[in-house]
Design a protein around this ligand. Structure first.
Ligand code: MG
Length: 433
């Protein structure tokens, strides 16, 4: 049955709320009448705190609906502490590093956020989350706690660590986004709704988060700069300008564009792995949940590629494009590949020999096309998601040959010395709003 449906929040397109304008077949629907008051409260917080993921989460298969919702809220709570610069490092550090223990504490709440922190109420009423968290299967709790512990330690490390090298940049993105891909994959497989072969491909899991995070970091460069946050690594921008702020000066337009191309190339290198990952999902609602943000990301990457406007203001894909992409991304992998093909062609067309990364960007676009050919050879694209994906172990294995791991430097988190870093990421979890 078709119903008027909330697709995405206002963040996707130019401040236009799609929630009342897009028609979409929901795969599954919540039944609030069967929910406890604390669970209803959790879903209220999900809608308040997640601009992009609330609706796709709420359409997830009933087996995953509550674990994924709580996973989101717990990471959102963690992020709300990380982002709040009114909290002293002495207070923030142990909160981040021990947040996985907090999820087990009955009645825990926190009112130490500043009055202007938009999600402070989530932590004030966090007892609703911990109450529901205790009710889910221990296997799901263990996965969520493991990711929370690793992410919290990573965030605490980066409270004092500068974004100098590309390795620093990859590591930060791994902590705040790659780990989400890992945790979600483990939840999907634990529920029986994804191919267990995905567990053996950490580079595919992490690329799902890294592609979203890195694309948003490029898109939001002006907004972050205005808020005194810098995520573009010095190793990249210093090749093009002497000082980071020079990127925003009109006289440096060509250097700034070349620098942004460097950043786009870094993100685009994850795109082929996202397609291989999507081939491992076998339930329609899980596929939709994972595919929609990836399609939006490739469209956003094309929008920001060689676009000088990113240094002047925040830009987003149009409402029309967002609606079309959403419709295509809630059907099958073939149509998602069509979205990727369309936007990589546009990137290829905008690419210019004046750009120092001209050849590398062409090769990266070619890798996305190559991924589609591999998937086509193994006949994955034309099968419906709920029937296919058991048999796709061959293309997933093959993807190893043509991909590279971006997290070869994957860390063992350590408790480092403490000081406050003025840069922080206010992007949400689950791969960014
Ligand atoms: Mg953050």
């Amino acid at each position: 049955m078709v119903r008027l449906h909330q697709v995405f929040g206002t963040s996707i397109v130019d401040g236009i709320d799609l929630r009342r304008t897009t028609w979409h077949d929901a795969v599954h629907q919540r039944d609030p009448e069967k929910e406890s008051p604390s669970l209803q409260k959790c879903f209220d917080f999900l809608e308040k705190t997640s601009r992009s993921f609330s609706s796709v989460i709420q359409e997830l298969h009933p087996e995953l609906l509550i674990p994924v919702s709580l996973f989101y809220l717990i990471l959102r709570g963690l992020d709300t502490i990380e982002d709040d610069m009114t909290i002293s490092l002495e207070e923030k550090d142990p909160l981040l590093r021990k947040f996985d223990q907090i999820t087990e504490k009955e009645g825990w709440s926190y009112d130490g956020n500043g009055p202007n922190e938009k999600d402070r109420e989530l932590l004030v009423q966090f007892a609703n989350v911990t109450e529901e968290f205790r009710k889910i299967k221990p296997a799901y709790r263990d996965i969520i706690n493991d990711i929370t512990q690793k992410m919290g330690n990573g965030m605490a490390d980066y409270c004092i660590k500068a974004m100098d090298t590309v390795q620093d940049y990859d590591l930060y993105c791994y902590y705040v986004a790659g780990l989400v891909g890992n945790g979600l994959t483990r939840l999907f497989v634990e529920s029986g709704l994804a191919n267990p072969a995905l567990l053996k491909k950490p580079e595919l899991q992490e690329s799902m988060g890294l592609f979203l995070q890195k694309t948003n970091i490029i898109r939001d460069v002006r907004e972050d700069f205005d808020d005194n946050r810098r995520f573009w690594p010095r190793e990249i921008w210093s090749k093009h300008v002497d000082n980071f702020e020079d990127l925003f000066k009109p006289e440096n337009k060509e250097a700034a564009l070349n620098c942004s191309s460097d950043m786009v190339l870094n993100s685009l290198n994850h795109a082929d792995q996202c397609l291989f990952y999507l081939a491992g999902l076998k339930e329609q609602s899980v596929f939709n949940f994972a595919a929609i943000p990836q399609s939006m990301a490739i469209a956003t990457l094309e929008l920001v590629f060689r676009n000088p406007t990113i240094f002047k203001k925040n830009i987003k894909i149009t409402k029309g494009d967002a609606c079309r992409i959403m419709m295509q991304s809630t059907q099958n992998l073939k149509l998602v590949c069509e979205v990727f093909r369309q936007y990589t062609r546009k990137i290829h067309k905008k690419n210019t020999p004046r750009d120092p990364n001209f050849l590398k960007i062409s090769i990266a676009c070619g890798k996305v096309n190559h991924a589609m050919i591999v998937l086509l050879i193994f006949r994955v694209l034309t099968r419906p998601p709920d029937r296919t994906i058991y048999r796709i172990h061959l293309p997933i294995a093959r993807s190893q040959d043509i991909s590279r791991s971006t997290s070869s430097q994957r860390p063992t988190t350590t408790h480092r010395s403490r000081s406050q870093n003025p840069s922080h990421d206010e992007r949400g979890q689950m791969g960014h709003q």
